[in-house]
Design a protein around this ligand. Structure first.
Ligand code: IPE
Ligand code: IPE
Ligand code: MG
Length: 229
């Protein structure tokens, strides 16, 4: 089974529009999906789920939409804490979370602290996350460490990324049909299998997850080599 699944949770706006609802209602429905997909992923034996919730580029959305999303963060943490404690789910984040509003950040950090010893599953939320920002942040940490030119190998570099202890995702799913990475996990996805579904994120369910995994199971992962039969 896959250890680490990554998801670009796209299409909240289109889901809402197709129902005559506001984009905010789409984001609310999208946030509610996360818990269901965590349960489904756990039941399948997956250990890590990274979900793209807010990109470094999403700051350019209208202020009201950004504010709504920022308020959803503490709401999600507070609502889901009992389930996370009961089910052994540890919350983590990747991204420039210092850029989040102080009130959202506080609840997030409290939830991360309270769930830090849970060891059944890791829910890793990408917030104010950009793949290029992650690489640039790593370079700056390396320079600050005074590492000499020529001393960094790929494995050393990876230690400076946001979540060095989490293995690279075997599979990356994007909902809502777009065939692009949108600056998600540029380093970590280098050899991941990709799966895109037309389903909008608020409609992504256990059945959709199983379809993605079935597709993954049928792939021939060669990693640049040749199959010896
Ligand atoms: C994904 O849904 C959620 C975020 C990027 C925060 P969108 O808001 O991008 O939905 P669409 O792509 O406009 O349908
Ligand atoms: C990617 O979705 C970011 C998240 C899902 C958080 P976007 O809707 O922001 O990406 P683009 O604009 O289609 O590239
Ligand atoms: Mg989108």
């Amino acid at each position: 089974m896959i250890k680490h699944l990554a998801i670009i949770m796209d299409g909240n706006g289109r889901w809402a529009q197709s129902r005559g609802l506001s984009r905010s209602e789409g984001h609310r429905a999208g946030a509610e999906r996360i818990g269901k997909v965590v349960d489904a992923a756990m039941a399948l034996g997956i250990k890590y789920l990274t979900v793209y919730a807010f990109s470094t580029e999403n700051w350019k959305r209208p202020i009201e939409e950004v504010r709504y999303l920022m308020n959803l963060i503490p709401e999600f943490c507070t609502a889901k804490l009992p389930d996370m404690m009961k089910n052994g789910v540890r919350l983590r984040t990747i991204g420039r979370t210092d850029d989040l509003p102080a009130a959202s950040r506080k609840v997030l950090l409290d939830t991360i602290e309270k769930t830090k010893d849970n060891d059944k599953f890791t829910l890793n939320i990408a917030l104010s996350y950009g793949g290029r920002a992650e690489i640039v942040d790593a370079v700056n940490k390396i320079l600050a460490d005074g590492v000499k030119p020529g001393k960094i190998k790929e494995a050393d570099f990876a230690k400076y990324l946001y979540a060095p202890d989490i293995p690279d995702p075997e599979l990356m799913v994007r909902t809502s049909g777009e065939m692009r990475l949108s600056n998600f996990l540029l380093w970590e996805l280098s050899y991941s299998e990709l799966y895109v579904t037309e389903t909008h994120w608020p409609d992504f369910d256990e059945n959709e997850l199983k379809k993605a995994i079935d597709s993954y199971m049928g792939r021939d992962r060669r990693f640049g080599g040749v199959k010896t039969k």
